[in-house]
Design a protein around this ligand. Structure first.
Ligand SMILES: C[S@@+](CC[C@H](N)C(=O)[O-])C[C@H]1O[C@@H](n2cnc3c(N)ncnc32)[C@H](O)[C@@H]1O
Length: 258
C-alpha cells in the first residue's frame, strides 16, 4: 500500500498525502503526472489517492475505488422522512437518544442512518477492522461537504474506531449500548453501490463467532441485530429471529434481550 495524490495536485495536497502516509506508516509516492494504472503496475500495490475533499482507496484492479459518499444513506433518509419504513431502523428499534454499537462500519451508511435517527442525545460507536477502509470512511464522515446540515452533524457524531469488534466487545462494560449491530461481509454480497468492489478487496471476512455473540449479549441492553444474505445460515446458527422480506436479498435478524 502507498499514498499518492490526485493528478492535479498542489503543495497543500502533497503535504496532506505525506501526513496520511506517516499516519498510516506506509510510503508516499509523488504522482508526477502518472496515471493510477501506471503507478500500480510499477509498484504492484493497492493505493490511497488523496484529493481535496476525499481520499480514494484503489485495489489492484484500479477501477472502482472506495471512498465515502452519503448517497445511499441520503436516499434512505429521504424515504424515512416521507414516512417509509427503513428495515434496519425498524429491526434495531432505533429512536432518539439511543446508544448503538455498529460493529461493522464498512462504507458507513448504516452508521449514518443510525446517528441521524438517534440524534444528538444518542451515542454511536462504529468499529472497522481494516485500517484503510477505516481511514477513508472516517475522514469522509468528518470532512464530506454535506448539503444537509443535520446529516453532516449526524456524521460528525459517529465515533469511529479501528479495532476488531471482538476485542472491543470484550473490553466494553455490561449493558453499555442499547443495540449491538453486525453486518458482516457475505460472499454473495448484493451490489449496492459504487466502491463495493474495492470494499470486498479490503474488508475483513472474519466469521461471526459464538464468542462474539455471547459478548454482544452482555454488552447490549435491548437488542442484537444481524444483517445477512437471505441464504445465510448464521441466523439460525446464532439464534436470531428473522423477519423475512419477500423480495429482499438480505434480511435482518434480531435477538431481543428485554
Ligand atoms: C458489509 S460491510 C458493512 C457495511 C455497513 N453496514 C454500511 O452500511 O456500509 C462489513 C465491514 O465490517 C468490517 N469487519 C468485518 N469483520 C470485522 C471485525 N471483526 N471487526 C471490525 N470490523 C469488521 C469489514 O472490514 C467491512 O468493512
Amino acid at each position: 500500500m502507498f499514498v499518492t495524490t490526485i493528478e492535479k495536485t498542489n503543495n497543500v495536497l502533497n503535504q496532506k498525502a505525506l501526513r496520511t502516509a506517516e499516519q498510516l506508516g506506509i510510503p508516499y509516492i509523488e504522482r508526477n503526472k502518472r496515471t493510477i494504472k501506471q503507478l500500480q503496475s510499477y509498484y504492484n500495490q493497492p493505493c490511497l489517492v488523496v484529493g481535496k475533499i476525499k481520499t480514494e482507496l484503489y485495489d489492484l484492479h484500479g477501477i472502482d475505488p472506495l471512498f465515502f459518499h452519503p448517497n445511499m444513506a441520503a436516499v434512505r433518509m429521504k424515504r424515512i422522512e416521507k414516512g417509509e419504513v427503513d428495515p434496519f431502523v425498524r429491526a434495531a428499534g432505533l429512536n432518539q437518544g439511543m446508544s448503538i454499537l455498529d460493529c461493522t462500519l464498512g462504507m458507513g451508511a448504516d452508521a449514518l442512518i443510525a446517528s441521524y435517527i438517534i440524534g444528538s442525545s444518542g451515542k454511536i460507536t462504529a468499529l472497522e477492522l481494516n485500517p484503510f477502509v477505516y481511514f477513508v470512511i472516517k475522514e469522509g464522515l468528518q470532512n464530506y461537504p454535506f448539503k444537509n446540515e443535520k446529516f453532516g452533524e449526524a456524521a460528525g457524531r459517529i465515533e469511529a474506531v479501528n479495532i476488531d469488534y471482538l476485542t472491543f466487545l470484550k473490553k466494553a462494560e455490561d449493558r453499555s449500548y442499547d443495540v449491538v449491530y453486525f453486518d458482516p461481509m457475505f460472499t454473495e454480497r448484493v451490489i449496492e453501490s459504487a466502491g463495493i468492489q474495492s470494499l470486498s478487496s479490503f474488508a475483513s471476512y472474519k466469521e461471526l463467532t459464538d464468542e462474539a455473540v455471547v459478548e454482544a449479549k452482555r454488552v447490549a441492553k435491548k437488542r442484537i441485530i444481524l444483517k445477512d444474505h437471505f441464504r445465510s445460515d448464521r441466523f439460525s446458527r446464532f439464534g436470531f429471529s428473522v423477519e423475512k422480506r419477500k423480495t429482499a436479498k438480505f434480511h435482518f435478524g434480531v435477538i431481543e434481550l428485554e
